[in-house]
Design a binder for this molecule. Structure first.
Ligand SMILES: [Cu+2]
Length: 249
């Protein structure tokens, strides 16, 4: 006969061992999830903008511009969800194959809001622009030969905002913006240089911190889509000219 006490002891042992097992399993799943999260939230982000991507078969929706993320091994991936770390210096590089000025910039298809031609939320509120020969506001670039093309912080290449060029028929020298917003507030605004055809295209490098964790929207504020005064198509489709930024600790 097995005494009642012995049975209780056996049951207790099973419960304790089982509990330990669950504890180990839980700990492992948490640590695995944590390490994969920190892997995805790299401190450098490289984006590529291509101007003429096939959106769908409708005649007005083909040839839409889009941001792509360049992955850690150089592969292209969607910009619909971008993970970034909080409280770390993030280096952003935007390789923009698009060009052309815009008279319309801002929250809707008719706004002319110069705020979005400014660099906001980066270290020093500047960005560094390569492949440009225009007179940027606050940039002091006079010649490239002595600059030695210092990537990331080439002295004299810093731009704090882009000008309006071309008079009444011209526009802001901005093709697209990479803008992170939180409840209508601009956390980050990185405009890309409009370039000049046929030598259009530019590379923008800047650095910034994100100090709050959570989910935010990124959006281009140059209405470069179709319909809705330029705010349809790419402008309203995640992975094209808008998406989500998840800031993780
Ligand atoms: Cu755009």
């Amino acid at each position: 006969m097995v005494s009642e006490k012995t049975i209780y002891a056996i049951i207790s042992a099973i419960v304790i061992v089982g509990g330990l097992g669950i504890g180990v399993a839980y700990y492992e799943s948490v640590s695995v999830a944590h390490s994969s999260t920190s892997e995805q939230a790299a401190t450098s982000l490289t984006l590529v903008i291509s101007p003429n991507n096939w959106f769908n078969n409708s005649t007005i929706h083909h040839r839409q511009p889009a941001f792509f993320v360049v992955g850690p091994n150089g592969q292209l991936s969607s910009s619909a969800l971008i993970k970034l770390p909080a409280h770390k210096l993030i280096t952003l590089t935007i390789i923009d194959y698009d060009s052309g000025v815009t008279p319309i910039i801002g929250e809707n298809g008719t706004s002319n809001n110069s705020t979005y031609a400014k660099v906001i939320g980066t270290v020093g509120n500047v960005e560094y622009v390569y492949n440009g020969s225009t007179s940027y506001i606050n940039a002091t670039l006079s010649g490239n030969a002595s600059n030695n093309i210092t990537i990331q912080k080439g002295s004299g290449w810093a731009v704090s905002s882009f000008p309006w060029v071309g008079g009444a028929s011209g526009g802001w020298e901005v093709t697209h913006t990479f803008t992170i917003v939180q409840n209508g507030q601009i956390l980050l605004n990185v405009p890309t240089f409009a370039g000049t055809n046929p030598s259009g295209g530019s590379i923008t490098v800047t650095q910034f911190y994100l100090n709050n964790t959570g989910s935010f929207t990124w959006q281009c504020f140059v209405p470069c889509g179709n319909e809705l005064n330029g705010w349809g198509g790419a402008m309203a489709t995640a992975g094209w000219m808008t998406g989500e930024v998840e800031v993780v600790s």
